[in-house]
Write a protein that binds this ligand. Structure first.
Ligand SMILES: NC(=O)c1ccc[n+]([C@@H]2O[C@H](COP(=O)([O-])OP(=O)(O)OC[C@H]3O[C@@H](n4cnc5c(N)ncnc54)[C@H](O)[C@@H]3O)[C@@H](O)[C@H]2O)c1
Length: 369
């Protein structure tokens, strides 16, 4: 333990998820949380007291925190601030572990990746489901060619009664609702398996019948984002993705994630059941391969890899190890901005009620990992 290089960490934003970051960092040998920042006066100090981080310093401005000698920062603030805080941290040459979703708009995501290219720091996005080994299994099956040409993918799924409140439902702080909040996980799951192909167009619908109804949400008067959405996304290579997400609905599920290929199909269900389950912010539950020749259908369950990994700890540990080993970002901004382009397109398409063309710079694909 004593031979490990000490990694000095700062945390920006000390609300709900920052505690999960602090708890993870405290479990990793050779990591020291040296400072935290929160714009709400006194909140950073309260956080340090709660987390028993008596040696760490508290700040109200992230800029003051960034003057410390830090290796990396976790950014744990509402979505709307991800862009500025990430750019500032990268310009200060710190490595960044940014909470999902990456940003609100595509323009912001592009600037963030440019800042990462110009920095000695890396930008990694915190999608903990990637650390479920079954996600790698799904990707390996899709990439192996066993499905033949994949032409149609469906992903999303939905919570039945899983609407958050607070900063998550304010357009000025969250930027978007369910599509970005939990949709980013589903998109990452499908797009990662497909190798992040280039999206061309999106046509989307969103609504918020539940969030704005006091029968269903205690903060209905302040509910400004979507609680449901569905989108059709076309990709290069004649591939289509149907994507649907809900925070609330009168239905048990919006279905499984499925990959339809010319030789076989793959169906994946998420782990867990209940009001807040049913989306890819957790673990893989089961995987089945379907194959049908001349009416002789086979359903082959693929044994899922059983594990007791704490996926959140794994994502924070991978960030620390990447810093220590001088590795590139584990889940690079260059890759995630492709799904940010889709989320940005979904919001614009649903506002304009028409199909939107997605214009990503060619450099995105030249630079992506
Ligand atoms: N990976 C996960 O499982 C997971 C779970 C929950 C939330 N999140 C993400 O984490 C982010 C934060 O969510 P949360 O639930 O902790 O929200 P929260 O509202 O509980 O906390 C956010 C904190 O950031 C502070 N803040 C806002 N702007 C700031 C700024 N410019 N500088 C410093 N502090 C600032 C706020 O005062 C607040 O204390 C969101 O983007 C959310 O999507 C991820």
């Amino acid at each position: 333990m004593s031979q490990l290089a000490n990694i000095r960490i700062g945390i920006i934003g000390t609300g709900g998820i920052a505690h999960a970051h602090a708890r993870a960092y405290k479990q990793i040998p050779g990591v020291e949380i040296v400072g935290v920042a929160d714009i709400v006066p006194g909140k950073a100090e309260e956080f340090l007291a709660l987390e028993l981080l008596h040696e760490a310093r508290a700040f109200q401005s992230h800029r003051d925190l960034l003057t410390l000698d830090l290796d990396g920062v976790s950014i744990c603030t509402p979505n709307i601030s991800h862009h500025q805080l990430t750019v500032d941290a990268l310009r200060a040459n710190k490595h960044v572990l940014l909470e999902k979703p990456m940003s609100v708009t595509l323009e912001e995501a592009i600037e963030m990746t440019e800042a990462a290219h110009d920095s000695s720091g890396m930008l990694t996005i915190g999608f903990q489901p990637r650390y479920d080994p079954n996600m790698t299994l799904v990707r390996d099956i899709v990439q192996s060619g066993k499905l033949g040409k994949v032409y149609y993918v469906e992903t999303g799924g939905g919570r039945r009664r899983g609407m958050p409140g607070g900063t998550f439902i304010r357009k000025d702080l969250a930027g978007a609702g369910a599509m970005a909040d939990i949709g980013c996980y589903s998109l990452d799951m499908a797009l990662h398996a497909l190798g992040y192909p280039r999206p061309l167009t999106v046509s989307a619908y969103t609504s918020n019948h539940f969030g704005t109804n006091p029968l269903y949400h205690p903060e209905a008067a302040r509910f400004e984002v979507e609680d449901f959405g569905a989108a059709m996304i076309r990709f290069e290579g004649d591939l289509v993705l149907q994507f649907k997400i809900s925070w609330a609905m009168h239905m048990d599920t919006l279905g499984s994630t499925m990959f339809l290929g010319t030789d076989a199909g793959l169906k994946i269900n998420p782990f867990g059941t209940g009001n807040w389950s049913g989306v890819w912010d957790g673990r893989v539950g089961d995987i089945t391969m379907y194959h049908d020749v001349m009416g002789l259908q086979t359903h082959t369950p693929i044994p899922v890899i059983s594990h007791d990994k704490d996926l959140f700890l794994e994502k924070v540990r991978d960030f620390v190890e990447a810093i220590r080993e001088g590795r590139p970002a584990p889940i690079p901004g260059d890759q995630i901005l492709i799904q940010q382009a889709i989320i940005d397109g979904i919001i614009r398409s649903s506002e304009q009620k028409r199909e939107i063309e997605l214009k990503l710079p060619d450099t995105v694909f030249a630079a992506r990992v």
